[in-house]
Design a protein around this ligand. Structure first.
Ligand code: URA
Length: 246
């Protein structure tokens, strides 16, 4: 590109970046292709036309992709030592509904996706049969820790602390209408206190301005499939559906 054409463009770009900074944007994730195209002079005219809605970053929020990149090949806690795969999350990054579980089990560790084992089958049943939603299109699913605790033990406090910043950033990036905490560890992590799940399931709470429903973990329903427990989860998801329709 001729220098005479380049200078006003660079000036405009600089002003645009200053404008974005004033608006509170802290970064603009782009694909490597974009820079290659800039060098070849084939970059899109609009700065953000190469960004998908999920890639747009606003007010100190990162996109989900940026959060995953920051997590990288994490070794921040001892769970990294025994894992096969980091289980970041799956589903729609723009979903109105996010489920937060505890941590990957053997199947999830093997495949790299959350809730793909027996508990996952139960969760899918709750979403698809109980709520008439589509798991991949209508929800996003993740866990409080992204690596499998050995022998499926509960995640320990230091492991939760190391992983929690990534959960928080995931929720900030998705900004759902409703979060459902599945079981005591997820509820306690999100509320920052010891939650007696039997007592508090079915009640609404708030997480960073987002409605938070507490319910039983699907694995608990598999272990204790009483009518009372199944009814309880049914009641809880009915409340969630009502909130989503508002
Ligand atoms: N249990 C969880 O809490 N999360 C999973 O991903 C699978 C089972």
């Amino acid at each position: 590109m001729e220098t005479s054409k380049r200078e006003p463009l660079l000036r405009e770009l600089k002003n645009y970046l200053i404008h974005l900074k004033d608006q509170g944007y802290t970064e603009i994730p782009c694909e490597a292709d974009w820079f290659a195209n800039v060098q070849q002079g084939t970059a899109p005219q609009e700065l953000h036309s190469s960004l998908s809605p999920n890639e747009m970053v606003s007010k100190n929020n990162k996109s989900l992709t940026a959060v995953q990149t920051e997590l990288g090949d994490c070794t921040r806690c001892k769970l990294s030592e025994g894992r096969k795969n980091i289980v970041f999350g799956s589903g729609n990054p723009n979903a109105d509904l996010v489920f937060v579980g505890e941590g990957p089990g053997a199947d999830e560790d093997e495949q790299g996706f959350p809730f793909v084992g027996r508990a996952g089958k139960k969760l899918t049943e709750i979403i698809e049969k109980g709520m008439s939603l589509n798991r991949e299109k209508d929800t996003y699913i993740c866990n409080i820790v992204k690596c499998r605790p050995p022998g499926n033990r509960d995640p320990e406090a230091d492991e939760i602390s190391a992983c929690k910043p990534f959960l928080i950033q995931q929720l900030k990036a998705i900004k759902p209408k409703v979060i459902v905490a599945l079981g005591k560890p997820a509820a306690s992590t999100l509320l920052g206190r010891n939650v007696p799940i039997t007592k508090e399931r079915g009640t609404w709470h708030e997480y960073e301005g987002i409605k938070l429903m507490l319910t039983y973990h699907p694995a608990y329903l598999i272990r204790f499939p009483t009518l009372e427990n199944r009814k309880a989860v049914h009641e809880d998801i009915k409340k969630v559906l009502k909130e989503l329709k508002k």
